[in-house]
Design a protein around this ligand. Structure first.
Ligand code: HEC
Length: 232
């Protein structure tokens, strides 16, 4: 009981100190701001940029026309993955001016080709050293590639940046509409931003499916010919 007093004293000294640090932290905690802004950097980073973001190493392009959610995105870069595997999603930042952080988001969105009730089941699978910061409050999480202290990277560290995403075997095949974005501050102190959607297609195991079908077909043929040859 008597030990309460020193704790209270300590608390009264440290609480304002910690809050002070907290506010100082918020003032520089830019890549994490979007957790309170619907995961969108562009609400504050209102100066649009173009030609600064390139999606790399894809399996081609895909145009879904009108997606199930009503959006028409045109031809987007496409990554493909078989459930139970890891896919490397890769992008780079081209001639950025100032500092930036990369955002990777929309992992919570539904399938856009087969069913709005299909969802990704995923795990971050980045190798040690390839650090992405999980930004999460109460809304769906997003990741940022930042300086590790919630600040920006210099333009010279333009990537390529990759995110290894493990797709759980339970994920239903579909086309998922994901996004990389870059937000930052240029040398004129403008809050700049660019984003780029891309597709992740979760495809069923091809080899197994095809060979099983071939086997069934040939079994069927053998069965049919036996019936034809057999005594009637
Ligand atoms: C609520 C408004 C707001 C949102 C949302 C927001 N930012 Fe910012 N951001 C700012 C402001 C304001 C600054 C400038 C602060 C300063 O440098 O004084 C800033 C600065 C930055 C910086 C420069 C940090 C540094 O080290 O100087 C980066 C990088 C950045 N934002 C990235 C992002 C990214 C990426 C997102 C989305 C994931 C984002 N911001 C969302 C308001 C926001």
């Amino acid at each position: 009981m008597s030990s309460r007093r020193p704790i209270l004293v300590l608390a009264s000294v440290f609480v304002p100190f910690v809050f002070g640090l907290g506010w100082a932290g918020v003032a520089t905690a830019r890549p994490s701001y979007a957790t309170s802004a619907g995961n969108s950097c562009s609400g504050c980073h209102t100066t649009p940029e173009s030609g600064r973001l390139q999606i790399d190493g894809t399996d081609g392009v895909l145009d879904l026309g009108t997606q199930l959610d009503g959006n028409t995105r045109g031809a987007l870069q496409l990554f493909q993955v078989v459930p139970g595997n890891t896919v490397t999603l890769s992008m780079q930042v081209l001639s950025w001016d100032g500092v930036f952080a990369v955002q990777f988001k929309r992992l919570e969105k539904s399938g856009q080709q087969s069913s709005l009730t299909n969802f990704l089941s995923w795990l971050e699978d980045n190798v040690p050293g390839n650090t992405w910061t999980l930004q999460e409050v109460s809304n769906p999480p997003y990741y940022t590639k930042d300086d590790g202290s919630d600040g920006g990277l210099p333009a010279s560290s333009a990537g390529p940046f990759s995110f290894d995403l493990f797709i759980d075997p339970a994920t239903p095949p579909d086309v998922y509409d994901l996004e990389f974005a870059i937000g930052g501050v240029n040398t004129n102190s403008d809050l700049i931003y660019q984003d780029q959607h891309f597709y992740l297609e979760v495809v069923p195991e091809p080899a197994l499916g095809a060979s099983a079908l071939t086997m069934l077909a040939s079994l069927g043929a053998v069965y049919a010919s036996r019936r034809r040859l057999g005594p009637s």
